[in-house]
Every structure is written in C-alpha cells, then in structure tokens.
Design a protein around this ligand. Structure first.
Ligand code: 3PY
Ligand code: MG
Length: 258
C-alpha cells in the first residue's frame, strides 16, 4: 500500500504543514496541493461543498505529494467510511466529547476485527494500491478533535483510546465553549488548556495537530511540540492576499491622460 507521507515527516522529527480547503473546487484544491504542503485537508464540516465535490478535490490532491485528508462534518459512521472509500488517508472528526465518542470514531475507521468499517474501498484501492484492505488500518490516520469544555473534562479518557493516532485541537470552538467568544491572541485560559491537551496527547503517544489563525501562532505551537499545524484556510488566505494587494495599490495615483 502507498505509505502515508506524514509518517515519514514525523520519522524525520519534523512537523507537518497542512492546508485546509473550504472552497469547493478541484482546481483550487490542485493549486494548493501543488505547493509544498505535507497534507491537504478537505473540510466537509464548514467547507462550502458536499461529497461529490469532495471526491474531485481528493482526486486533485492525490495527483500531488500531499497526503489527502478530510474533516468530516460529524462523528457518523457512514460518512467517515464513505470518505475513507474516497481515498482519504486521514480523517479529522470534530466535537469528540467523551471516550465513547472517540471509540465509536475509531471503530468506524478500522476494518474488523478491530472496528466495524464495511468493505468497499473503491478509490482507496486506486490511490492506496491493491493491498489497501490489508494495511489501511495502520496507514490511515484517525484524528479526534478536542474543542469543547466536555472534551477537556474527559481529556485523559479520550487521549488514551487505542487505535487513535492523533488529537486535533480546535482553538475557535474551545474559545467559544470556555470564554463565549473568540479572541486573537487566545485567552490565557484557552492557552493553558491547549498546553494540557498537548501534554496529555504526547504522554499517550498520540500526535497533536492544531488549527492556527496565523503563522506567529503556528510557530509557537511548533515550538511547543505540535506534530502538524494548519495555518488558516484557503478562503482566508485568498482574502488576506487580495486585501494586501488592494491596500498596496490604494496610494497609486493615475497620471491624467492627455
Ligand atoms: C476550531 O478551531 O474550532 C476548528 O474547528 C478549526 O477548524
Ligand atoms: Mg471547531
């Protein structure tokens, strides 16, 4: 089976840089995945598209070296399994609040006897190779999102679930549930909780990924030992670059035509 490139990044003691796609377009996905990202995540929770578009975006990503990942909209078995069958090499599952949530998520990700994933890997076979079914369980990454107060209360129960590969931290929802608002920089309470999550995950040999609003925060998270960082999404990057361009031209003065 085609190896998961994120394992090689971590084996070399590096952090992985992940892109986050909210724009439903195979071309936009292709443009981003051709940049030197280690992974590219198709976001079905807050992205502006559905399964048919996710499929062509995954096809575009898998023509590059970036590892194709998805964020599902909910911890629902059929949805997770459909995206795995589409060839996702990593699934990020939002709003994991309890050990039971996390165990159900991991079961959906794995074939029997470990889990209850149904057989029918479709594109998984094309992208992964003919021996996909024999190696999918140890190749495809299961990431549980920690982003609620409930998850923090159950942190040790969640991070110790067998078969889970990583914790992905959602600072926006964490801020919403802990502080009732999102601030930049994050509040000291949220920052403290992020430190707790990183320590608990690493103590349980789980990778840690995190969504970052900017490069400064990403650098801090890398220095704290995060294994994967996402810096903004595609729409945010387009908006930022376009705003900077417009601002740059604001002071330009046209010489009146004669
Ligand atoms: C969050 O910060 O809550 C996220 O879900 C990041 O995508
Ligand atoms: Mg969130």
């Amino acid at each position: 089976m085609r190896p998961n490139g994120l394992h090689s990044v971590w084996d070399a003691d590096k952090y992985a840089l992940n892109a986050w796609l909210s724009i439903g377009s195979s071309y936009s996905a292709e443009v981003i995945a051709n940049l030197p990202y280690d992974a590219v995540t198709v976001d079905l929770q807050h992205g502006m598209f559905d399964f048919d578009t996710a499929l062509v975006m995954l096809q575009a990503i898998s023509a590059t070296n970036a590892v194709p990942m998805v964020r599902v909209s909910h911890n629902t078995g059929w949805m997770i399994q459909k995206l795995l069958d589409m060839g996702a090499y990593g699934v990020i599952c939002p709003m994991i609040d309890t050990r039971a949530d996390c165990e159900a998520f991991v079961r959906s990700m794995r074939y029997p006897p470990t889990g209850d994933r149904s057989f029918g890997p479709s594109r998984g076979l094309l992208y992964g190779g003919g021996d996909y079914a024999a190696h999918a369980d140890e190749t495809v990454l299961a990431w549980a999102m920690i982003e609620t107060e409930a998850a923090i209360e159950n942190l040790n129960d969640i991070v110790s679930v067998d078969g889970l590969d990583g914790i992905y931290i959602g600072p926006s929802d964490l801020s919403m549930t802990l502080d009732g608002k999102i601030t930049n920089p994050l509040s000291p309470r949220v920052t403290e909780v992020i430190d707790l999550v990183i320590a608990a995950a690493h103590a349980n040999k789980k990778r840690v990924g995190i969504f970052c609003p900017d490069a400064k925060f990403a650098r801090e998270m890398i220095e704290k030992g995060c294994d994967l960082v996402t810096v903004m999404n595609d729409a945010g990057l387009v908006r930022q670059a376009t705003s900077a361009l417009i601002k740059d031209l604001e002071s330009a003065k046209r010489v009146a035509a004669r």
